[in-house]
Design a protein around this ligand. Structure first.
Ligand code: SF4
Length: 67
């Protein structure tokens, strides 16, 4: 599986995950380097634009958007 194409510019990956050491490796491996199409941040970004992605939205919070 390829890496997420937003990885180099993703706020969550680059700025929030480093503050969550307990979960960051899990989330990186599962979403950013895995099923990124199922990431809530990825979906919102692709559908509505980067500026519409809530700052605190986690990859697994897809249900918040029902998409
Ligand atoms: S999978 Fe989600 S959290 Fe990870 S880099 Fe892509 S948009 Fe960011």
């Amino acid at each position: 599986m390829a890496n997420c194409d937003l990885l180099s510019t993703c706020d969550f990956f680059n700025n929030i995950m480093p503050d969550l050491p307990a979960t960051s490796e899990y989330l990186k491996n599962k979403y950013c380097k895995g099923i990124y199409c199922d990431c809530a941040r990825y979906r919102v970004c692709k559908e509505y634009g980067r500026d519409k992605v809530p700052k605190g939205l986690f990859p697994q919070e897809i249900a918040r958007y029902g998409r």
